[in-house]
Ligand binder design. Structure first.
Ligand code: ZN
Length: 201
């Protein structure tokens, strides 16, 4: 099982971190050990600035290589939401040195995930999701604002990587990312369903 993540896929988020809007998807990966369905998420010992990034997550149900754009959404069997936890201080250091940023993104419990919902229940061209932190709305996204849409991401990734059933694609975060601290409660909604709850321990 592979976990793909897309960076800077929403213009407003790219701008908030002073990044250029990419011409091609920015792809990185997290190892399977980063994934957790647990509510409690331990604050990592090695960072002083961990940020939440709520993202819509695609679950690949049908694998493939060189998947045509026109057929790509058929490979997405389910969707979910998840948080791409990011050690922003370590990431900034990696970026400044031109180094890979895996240690800032791929650590244990850095990818939380809600239960999966059948993709057929949603219009992938416009699906809304949102995050609240301690009861206050901090992020709201809509897949219609993605720079690279769900079908393009599947098509694009499959040119480089054979996609397999069970692979996950974190599709990028909208604006509103920010730091967490111990005791924070994060609640994620897909449309208006509360399906993800994480507490920082
Ligand atoms: Zn992200």
């Amino acid at each position: 099982m592979k976990i793909f993540c897309i960076g800077r896929n929403y213009i407003d988020h790219a701008k908030e971190l002073n990044n250029k809007v990419p011409k091609k998807p920015l792809v990185f990966m997290k190892p399977p050990t980063a994934l957790t369905y647990n509510k409690m998420v331990p604050y990592p010992t090695f960072s002083k600035s961990v940020h939440y990034e709520l993202e819509l997550v695609l679950h690949i149900s049908k694998g493939g290589k060189d998947i045509k754009l026109s057929k790509a959404n058929k490979h997405i069997g389910a969707i979910a939401i998840g948080i791409d936890f990011t050690a922003r201080d370590i990431q900034a250091d990696c970026k400044a040195k031109g180094h890979p940023w895996e240690i800032a993104k791929g650590f244990d419990n850095a990818a939380t995930l809600s239960p999966l919902y059948a993709a057929s229940e949603f219009d992938l061209a416009s699906t809304k999701f949102s995050l609240s932190l301690n009861g206050k709305l901090v992020q709201s996204g809509d897949t219609k604002d993605m720079i690279f849409k769900t079908d393009y991401l599947v098509h694009y990734l499959s040119q480089y990587f054979t996609l397999e059933p069970g692979d996950l694609i974190y599709t990028g975060t909208p604006a509103g990312v920010g730091p967490i601290k111990k005791g924070d409660k994060l609640e994620g909604r897909l449309e208006d369903r509360l399906i993800l709850e994480n507490v920082i321990a």
